[in-house]
Design a protein around this ligand. Structure first.
Ligand code: FES
Length: 119
């Protein structure tokens, strides 16, 4: 079970308990189910509207696991990740940035802090 804490300067923090069966859900799906107002548009990893900042609760590191291909394209286009960081990500298998697309990032068995909007 993972605790997902959503935090925004405009709203009260809310922690959601993601059960094992929900580990196929994205951050955005969990947010919508719990009435957390993360901005979104395409829901398909193309527009960049849903960028959030994701941090592991215990170590303040970026999330483990690489970005998916759509996140790479959008985050690079937004200037939130460099090609060198992308290349290193495929070596380390660790996300090189705290910036993630809420509609693409699938919840894992880790307690995380999701900050929105990301800037
Ligand atoms: S809603 Fe468009 S990239 Fe996530």
């Amino acid at each position: 079970m993972a605790n997902i804490t959503f935090s925004s300067p405009m709203h009260k923090d809310k922690t959601v308990y993601a059960t094992a069966g929900s580990h196929t859900k994205t951050i955005l799906q969990l947010a919508k189910e719990n009435h957390i107002p993360i901005d979104f548009n395409c829901e398909n990893g193309e527009c960049g509207t849903c960028v959030v900042k994701v941090t592991k609760i215990d170590r303040k590191d970026p999330m483990s696991g690489p970005l998916n291909a759509r996140e790479v394209v959008v985050l690079k286009g937004l200037g939130l990740i460099t090609q060198a960081e992308i290349d290193q990500m495929y070596v380390d298998d660790i996300a090189p940035t705290h910036s993630r697309l809420a509609c693409q990032m699938v919840v894992r068995d880790e307690d995380i802090l999701v900050e929105y909007p990301s800037v």
